[in-house]
Structures are given as C-alpha cells and as structure tokens.
Design a protein around this ligand. Structure first.
Ligand code: G1P
Length: 292
C-alpha cells in the first residue's frame, strides 16, 4: 500500500546556541557528519520513507542550507572541464536529490511555532516532522518509515520514542502512555499516549519514555498551535500542542528500532563522527592510530 504521507517538515531556523562560537556564522545543520552535512542524513531518511515533498522552516542565517541543495553551475563547470567526473556527478546528485520548499520563520519563537509555519503547505494532510539534530543510522527501515507504517495501520499521529536513563529526562519531551498494543507487524509495542511534558524535572517526569525527533502529525495540530502559549524556555513548544491533541485525537508512540546520534550538542556530534568513522573501513585506521 502506498502511504498518503508525502510531506516532511524540517525545522532548521534554530540559532544553534549549543554550538557557539562556531554557529555564530555557520548553520549547525551544515556541520559535517563524516562526509556529509548533518541535514543531508535527515533528508535522505525522509526520501527513503516516501516523503518526497521536503519543507524546510528556515531563518535568515541559514542560506547555506538552501545553497547546498541548489545547483552550483560554476563548480559543476569547473569539475567537468577538469575531468573530475565523479565529483561532478556527486554535485548533480545532491541538487537533484529532492524538491525542497523553504519557508522563513521570521522570529525564533520555538519548535511549535516553526511547525505552524508549515501550515500553508501541509493544509489538511498528515505530515512528517524531522528534527535534523537527531540522526538515525539504520540497518532497519528508516525511523520515519517505521512511524508511517504505524500511521497506516492505526491512523492518528505518531511519535518516535526511546527509553532513556532517568537522569536525562530534563533534556527531552517525556510521555505518559495509557496502554500498549502488541501487533505482530511491529517489533515493539505501540503506546497510546495520554499526556506529555517538555523537559520535566526528574520528580515530575511521567515515565522514562522520551520523544525523539521524528513525528507524524495530524493537521489538527495547526489550530492548536495557533492558540499555543509559550511554555518551557519561553518558547512555543510542539510537545504542549501534542498534549492538547491527545485529548482530541489518537496519538500513538513507537519505540523505534535503530541507532540514534544526538548531533544537537558538541559532545554528541563529536561522538557521532568518531563512531561512524570507526565503522568506515577507509577512516577506521585514522581514529585507531590516534588512540593507540
Ligand atoms: C526537541 C523537542 C523535545 C524532544 C527533542 C528530541 O527538543 O522539543 O520534546 O524530546 O527535540 O531531540 P530540543 O532538542 O530541540 O531542545
């Protein structure tokens, strides 16, 4: 069955304060993860999951993302004239990778506000959301595809979940689930979500099930987001809006299968680079020679 979910929203307007000073001038989504910018991994995952309409919610300082996915005629001509065919073809492949629509988020009002900026394009359709800081590397189905599979079976909105150590709850949105459904089509249970809280203290966390950066959302989220007041960190939080959605429509959570790299912090990004380099036969020795 062909899923009806073809759109994926990437909020990329964030100022990247966790990476300062480097992000004073550089978009954090353009930092390299081994051989490609972080944003490329998320876009590749969305495309592999059947979402061929990519919507980036971008900001003033993020032109480099637009340029990365655009043609660069000067560079292409130079590579062609010098007989560097492989590199030339690599450049073409990147610019032909996806149709991308860019929408400006004019003020940094938070993730919920960024998603609201996609309303004119998403209209009445269910759509995916991918936070590019969370990079998933998978031998299994892409995580977004895992969520789409749950949506196709159960309907409603779907959230990717991970069981985390209790001491980390204050870094994530944390959910409360009412019950779990076990279905043979899925490796893990599907949680019926009834509540969620953004970055709670350990004492107020309803569980240790954390929201990871992949969602399938109902268009009913938009009217909720329009009314949403600022929450944690003084920002309009997507988590708060999904909490309201839970009371109106089914919201399911799936503990995804796969490996996640948190590229939203300097340490996480560095660890991801080292780990992936160790798994690359051409780069493995570079790391091993340093640590021996
Ligand atoms: C965002 C969401 C949070 C989620 C996290 C996953 O937080 O607000 O609910 O758990 O992504 O990475 P951020 O990391 O942008 O602060």
């Amino acid at each position: 069955m062909q899923s009806k979910i073809t759109k994926c929203v990437f909020p990329v307007a964030g100022l990247g304060t966790r990476f300062l000073p480097v992000t004073k001038e550089l978009a954090k989504e353009m930092l390299p993860l081994v051989n490609r910018p972080i944003i490329s991994y998320g876009v590749e995952e969305a495309l592999a999951s059947g979402c061929h309409e990519i919507i980036m919610i971008t900001g003033r300082a993020k032109r480099s993302i637009e340029n990365y996915f655009d043609r660069s005629f000067e560079l292409e001509e130079l590579l062609k004239s010098r007989g560097k065919t492989e590199l030339y073809e690599m450049m073409l492949k990147i610019s032909n990778m996806a149709e991308i629509l860019f929408i400006r988020q004019r003020e940094p009002l938070g993730l919920g506000h960024a998603v609201l900026c996609a309303e004119p394009v998403c209209g009445n359709d269910f759509f995916g959301v991918a936070l590019p800081d969370d990079v998933f590397i998978n031998e299994h189905d892409p995580v977004l595809a895992q969520l789409i599979k749950v949506h196709d079976k159960m309907g409603g909105s779907i959230i990717a979940l991970e069981e985390i150590e209790p001491e980390n709850v204050s870094r994530y949105g944390i959910v409360k689930s009412q019950f779990e459904i076990h279905d043979e089509s899925f490796d893990s249970g599907i949680h019926k979500i009834i509540d969620m809280v953004e970055k709670p203290d350990l004492d107020n966390a309803p569980s240790n099930l954390a929201i990871m950066g992949r969602y399938i959302l109902s268009p009913s989220i938009f009217p909720i987001l329009r009314e949403q007041q600022a929450g944690a960190g003084g920002e309009i939080q997507l988590t708060d809006a999904i909490k309201t959605l839970c009371a109106q429509e089914p919201v399911w959570g799936l503990v995804y299968k796969g490996r996640r790299f948190d590229c939203g912090t300097q340490k996480g990004w560095l660890a991801a680079n080292v780990q992936l380099a160790l798994e690359d036969p051409d780069l493995r020795d570079v790391i091993l020679n340093i640590v021996k």
